[in-house]
Design a binder for this molecule. Structure first.
Ligand code: SF4
Length: 293
């Protein structure tokens, strides 16, 4: 009878079962905990973990859905504006803003001149809060010209840049008294040589106080929309104005500024224009727009 080896005695023992998953060993320089965690992630979370996560998610209040989407521009390169497309934009803006008018409250060309100087780097609403008392205290150009600087500065303080604005108002009004009998002149050439009065202020006064469309007012909204609408590639305010003038009939220059300013505030805002709600969208290449609602 052959002799049994001592190992053969173990054959009746229960064989060691294979582990259901390979044991994770740590690599040199890697702790076992990290290796185990990595393996766990590869295999996916255990059902118990998944259920716990689901319950926790159900307890959490649902996050409000952000209506922000990325909306790539229809075309990314500027091409010369097509007159038919520009006419369609104008028509759409006219329909959208039939009551467009100057947002600065005023009862005379002088008041509008002063209010426009105050509106630099300030909202129209803030200016309209300041001007009633201001116009009551300084009823004409001579009163502004002779104003005590500290008193005028205190009265317009909340509009920002109050020292420079007070200086511009006093100097412009002193020029009006000295050269125009205290009246605001009716030409761009006469207005822009007044101290403290630039082309934008002059265009606002002529277009809105006298109904003379001397130019197109270019502010931050007009600058932004003119670019997005593919009307010009210029970035300097005066160059933008001269690029827009041949595209828009002169009798609409004043209104066109109001339309773009209103549309810029209501729909085509700086950070997230609401292109999906914009009636001008069919005519707009959305140049430079990468994020919209
Ligand atoms: S909101 Fe969009 S579609 Fe409308 S004008 Fe602005 S960029 Fe164009």
């Amino acid at each position: 009878m052959p002799r049994k080896s001592p190992r053969s005695k173990r054959s009746g023992a229960k064989p060691a079962s294979m582990p259901s998953s390979p044991r994770v060993r740590s690599a040199p320089g890697q702790s076992r905990t990290r290796a185990s965690r990595a393996a766990h992630q590869l295999k996916g979370a255990r059902p118990a973990d998944a259920a716990a996560k689901k319950q926790a998610a159900a307890r959490k209040p649902a996050k409000a859905r952000r209506p922000v989407t990325t909306a790539p521009a229809k075309k990314t390169r500027f091409t010369a504006p097509d007159p038919v497309r520009v006419a369609a934009i104008l028509e759409q803006l006219r329909e959208l803003y039939p009551d467009a008018k100057c947002a600065l409250n005023h009862a005379s060309p002088l008041q509008l001149l002063v209010a426009t100087i105050l509106s630099a780097q300030c909202t129209d609403e803030r200016v309209n809060m300041v001007t009633p008392a201001l116009f009551a205290k300084y009823p004409d150009a001579a009163a502004f010209a002779n104003a005590v600087p500290a008193e005028l500065e205190a009265q317009i303080h909340s509009t920002g840049f109050f020292r420079q604005k007070a200086k511009s108002i006093r100097e412009a009004c002193a020029d009006l008294v000295a050269k125009h009998g205290g009246e605001v002149p009716r030409t761009l050439e006469e207005l822009v040589v007044l101290r403290g009065v630039g082309r934008k202020t002059a265009n606002v006064v002529l277009g809105n106080a006298y109904g003379i469309p001397s130019g197109i007012v270019v502010d931050t909204h007009v600058t932004r929309l003119a670019a997005r609408l593919g009307l010009t590639q210029e970035t300097d305010a005066v160059k933008i104005e001269f690029a827009l003038q041949p595209l828009v009939p002169q009798e609409l220059w004043t209104l066109f500024s109001h339309w773009l300013i209103l549309h810029g505030r209501a729909v085509c805002n700086a950070r997230k224009p609401r292109c999906s709600d914009c009636p001008v969208a069919p005519h707009c290449p959305r140049l430079g727009v990468t994020l919209s609602q």
